[in-house]
Structures are given as structure tokens and as C-alpha cells.
Design a protein around this ligand. Structure first.
Ligand code: G3P
Length: 219
């Protein structure tokens, strides 16, 4: 499973890309707001750090405006993926950009029918929002299961499922069990993937015992 970071925080990206485990980055207007820096500057900088796809979301509305903005965003760097909302106009733009070989990430996906349409529109990625569905007392992972099941019926569809709105490591585990192509994680969740109390206590015990070995050798 590819792991993307869901952030526009340059410090987090600089810290975590050297792990060698990060395949890309996704951003959205809310994350750009948190970064408190100009949109295109942040995207350009992320694209220089990350050797993989970097999603930059259009903020205009209407087919013509979104198409023009998508083409502009794609010029920032070769690894920009144009993020588009799952609306009729968004999917029309997706189709146009796909025909120009510009990568797209169709976002704000909350149903299996939306995901199917994004795939038909030639999206490179479709982003179902697991956590936000859970927030309204519906099973977000159930949506992932439905989309995986549908896409598996049509091997010619090339759209990758990018599990988004991930709130805890169990979302990652369950998405991976279903074979989703990629998941985008806030930096905090990525760090949680490393953690286990038995690793921590086991390492503490090994360190203590190794100290005794060294002490015995020096005695
Ligand atoms: O980037 C889209 C998505 O991952 C948003 O997550 O936590 O704001 O629902 P969240």
C-alpha cells in the first residue's frame, strides 16, 4: 500500500520523507490554511521535497474556471496531481485533464456511485473520506469495501483508491486488508503506525540487559 502524507506542513514533510516510506503528499484548502503560507509556494516546495505525487486542490468553481486552474496547477511541477471535487463539473474537468495526461485526484467522495463515476471520468485517484463518513454514524470502511468490490469487477479501470480522512491506525489496517492502493495519513497517524507498547518495553529491557553485559565485560 502506498502511503501519502495528508499535510501542507513543510517541517512534517521534511521530517518524514527521509524515512523512505512516503510515496506522496495530499493537500486541501484547509491544510493550506493551517500552513499559513501562499498556496503555490507551498505546493512548489512540497514537490521539490517529495519524489512522488503531490495533490493540489482547485479552489475555483464552474467548469471553465476549474479547468483553467487545474492546467495552471499542473504547471507548478511534474509531480503535481490536480485535486478536483466530486461534482459534475469536477468530473468533466477530470476527463479533460486525463485526456491531456494530467494526473487527477477526485476528492470529497462519499459514495460508491461517486467513485464509479470518478473512475469512468479517468481519475488517477479517487479519495473516499473514511473518517467523515464515520462522523455521521455510517461505516466509512464499508464504503471502501464497496468501492474495492466494484473496481475489482472491472480490471480495465485504472483509477487508484486513495483512502482519505483517516483518523487512526485501524483505518489503515482495514483499508490495507481490502487492498486499497494508497492511504493518505496525517503525520501524527503515520507516526502511530510505528508504535507498539511491547516494542517500547522490549527495547528498554534489551538496553538494560546490554548495559549489564558491558558492565560484566568491564568488571
Ligand atoms: O485531504 C482530505 C482528507 O484526508 C481530509 O481529512 O480529517 O479533514 O476529514 P479530514
Amino acid at each position: 500500500m502506498k502511503i501519502f502524507l495528508d499535510t501542507a506542513d513543510i517541517n512534517d514533510i521534511k521530517e518524514l520523507v527521509p524515512t523512505g516510506l512516503i510515496n506522496g503528499v495530499t493537500t486541501n484548502p484547509s491544510l493550506i490554511l493551517q500552513s499559513d503560507r501562499p498556496f503555490k509556494t507551498v505546493i512548489r516546495e512540497i514537490c521539490e521535497i517529495v519524489p512522488g505525487p503531490v495533490s493540489a486542490e482547485v479552489t475555483s468553481s464552474g467548469y471553465e474556471n476549474m479547468l483553467a486552474e487545474g492546467r495552471e496547477l499542473a504547471k507548478i511541477a511534474a509531480n503535481v496531481v490536480v485535486k478536483l471535487p466530486l461534482t459534475m463539473d469536477g468530473l468533466k474537468v477530470c476527463r479533460q485533464l486525463a485526456m491531456s495526461n494530467i494526473s487527477t485526484n477526485v476528492t470529497l467522495c462519499f459514495s460508491a456511485t461517486q467513485a464509479l463515476l470518478a473512475a469512468k471520468a479517468g481519475a488517477t485517484y479517487v479519495s473516499p473520506f473514511i473518517g467523515r463518513i464515520d462522523d455521521v454514524s455510517v461505516d466509512g470502511l464499508g464504503l471502501i469495501f464497496d468501492i474495492v468490490t466494484i473496481f475489482n469487477q472491472y480490471p480495465s479501470l485504472s483509477t487508484e483508491i486513495l483512502a482519505a480522512s483517516i483518523r487512526h491506525p485501524l483505518h489503515v489496517v482495514e483499508a490495507a486488508k481490502m487492498g486499497v492502493s494508497a492511504a493518505t495519513l496525517p503525520p501524527k497517524i503515520f507516526k502511530q503506525l510505528y508504535e507498539h507498547p511491547l516494542t517500547k518495553s522490549g527495547l528498554a529491557q534489551f538496553d538494560a540487559d546490554w548495559g549489564r553485559v558491558i558492565a560484566a565485560q568491564n568488571a
